[in-house]
Design a protein around this ligand. Structure first.
Ligand SMILES: [Cu+2]
Length: 484
């Protein structure tokens, strides 16, 4: 079996083409395919989470209010659309002028809806204080704009911390031209987080201690393991000292973690097991949306190859993958073709492996596939920090360079200096680091860089030696190498 770990670096633009019962109830049948009536004037149509309305509609009435929702024993008076998390899937059609009335029924808070990734006039963008004044309690604001694009997008509040607490939903825009990727089944898979901790408390905690929610620090007990991995106690100690000098933790992958988050798939906790139905042999399109505030997910469906056909709403040259990573606010459409009469698990583990979201593609409602264990947690290296792995005595030749795909983090390989951007590099600090052994293959320096940006409140650190790691294998690489 070939290992394919997806990175968007491989994507080339293709052609221009084409619930909300929240899941808070843990109803496993939430994603069943059904024939749904077309909403003439969709009032946040009550369509099960993940299902796309049967027909697009240009007119929508949405109501924002707070609703008591409990998921995974975490109760929250959540700000949301239509009383559900996530809000309804809005299905539009390219070329239409859509009209969305958003009524704020919150008592004391403004609200707003921002259309993520949609090209529209600035006063329709829904960012209070920037392009409009927000929607006051009791008011209705009418968004009206023409749709120039198609694809998978999403919407979320841009007021206060409402998005972090549940005010988001999916947007699916049908293309004007025939869609090259029409499938028998079509589901939205919206990933997000759920917690009963106040978002303002989270920010306050993080301001005081940046690894407040990281409960997996390296300790004296893990030093032996580190020493074995680093090739000696001295190397392991030096590594820890470098991290210590930066006042950072190598294990600080996500600022907020599964310690307080439950990861949701279409609003369902892992135990809720969202279901999407298929008949064996059918092609199923899954529109993944990362609607979380903090979490990157690594997604796979054991036993199924995924064909990535769209990224952030843009059709791409199809790429088959076994796993891909989705960052916050990104969308990826994939097509799968389950051939067996069995359940397949959609497994989305958080990048830091402190939890996962999970759902099931199944031929019959209520089925559950095996849930794989999470992969080992990643530990950051100096390469991840853009600082290379150079140690005293090592030569530049040993350092990972741009385009060094296939080199595991922290690994070493023989690379020419080609492609390396030396501009802005502080060479003074490199004495004793083996510059004398720099290979002769190094091309002449081209210094056309204006230099690093100023360090200020907005820009607090700049990588000394930026390294392009888009081609690097993902965190799942070692696992996949092991099983293949
Ligand atoms: Cu956004």
């Amino acid at each position: 079996m070939t290992v394919r770990v997806f990175s968007n670096v491989f994507f080339v633009p293709f052609t221009g083409r084409p619930d909300a019962s929240s899941v808070c109830d843990g109803d496993g049948a939430g994603g069943l395919m059904a024939t749904l009536p077309r909403p003439a004037h969709s009032a946040g149509a009550k369509v099960p989470a993940g299902l796309i309305p049967a027909e697009p509609s240009a007119f929508w009435d949405l109501s924002v209010g707070r609703t008591h929702i409990e998921i995974d024993h975490k109760a929250l008076n959540a700000p949301c659309v239509g009383g559900t998390v996530p809000g309804p899937v809005l299905r539009w059609r390219q070329g239409d002028t859509v009209e969305v009335n958003v009524t704020n029924t919150l008592r004391h808070e403004d609200t707003s809806i921002h259309w993520h990734g949609i090209r529209l006039p600035s006063d329709m963008d829904g960012v209070p204080g920037l392009s409009f004044t927000g929607i006051k309690p009791g008011e209705t604001f009418t968004y009206r704009f023409r749709l120039h694009q198609s694809g998978t997008y999403w919407y979320h509040s841009h007021s206060g911390m409402q998005e972090a607490q549940g005010l988001y939903g999916a947007v699916v825009i049908d293309p004007l031209h025939p869609d090259p990727h029409v499938c028998e089944r079509d589901y939205v898979i919206l990933l997000s987080e759920w917690t009963d901790v106040s978002p303002m408390d989270m920010i306050s905690n993080l301001k005081m201690q940046d690894d407040y929610y990281v409960f997996r620090q390296r300790t004296a007990a893990s030093f032996l393991k580190d020493a074995r991995a680093a090739g000696g106690a001295g190397a392991a100690l030096r590594d820890r000292l470098r991290w210590s000098r930066m006042r950072m933790a190598a294990t600080d992958i996500s600022d907020v973690t599964g310690i307080i988050y439950t990861y949701l798939l279409n609003g369902h906790a892992p135990d809720g097991n969202w279901n999407g139905l298929f008949r064996p042999g059918e092609r199923v399109r899954l529109r993944f949306i990362n609607g979380s505030s903090m979490t990157f997910f690594d997604i796979r469906i054991p036993g199924l190859e995924m064909l990535v056909v769209q990224a952030d709403g843009n059709d791409v040259e199809p790429v088959p993958v076994d796993e891909f990573r989705i960052g916050v606010a990104e969308t990826y459409d994939v097509i799968v073709q389950p051939k067996e009469d069995r359940a397949y698990t959609i497994f989305a583990q958080s990048e830091d492996r402190t939890g996962f979201a999970r759902g099931t593609l199944a031929p019959r409602a209520g089925m559950a596939g095996p849930v794989p264990p999470m992969d080992p947690r990643p530990v950051r290296t100096m390469v991840d920090m853009g600082m290379g792995t150079m140690q005293p005595g090592e030569s530049m030749q040993d350092m990972p360079m741009p385009g060094s795909s296939g080199t595991p983090a922290g690994g070493q390989s023989d690379h020419a200096m080609q492609g390396m951007d030396m501009a802005g590099m502080n060479m003074a600090g490199m004495e004793g680091h083996g510059m004398g052994s720099m290979p002769h293959r190094m091309p002449p320096l081209e210094v056309d860089d204006p230099g690093p940006p100023p360090i200020n409140v907005e820009n607090q650190n700049v990588a000394v030696m930026p390294v392009d790691r888009l081609g690097s294998p993902g965190d799942g690489w070692s696992r996949m190498a092991a099983v293949c």
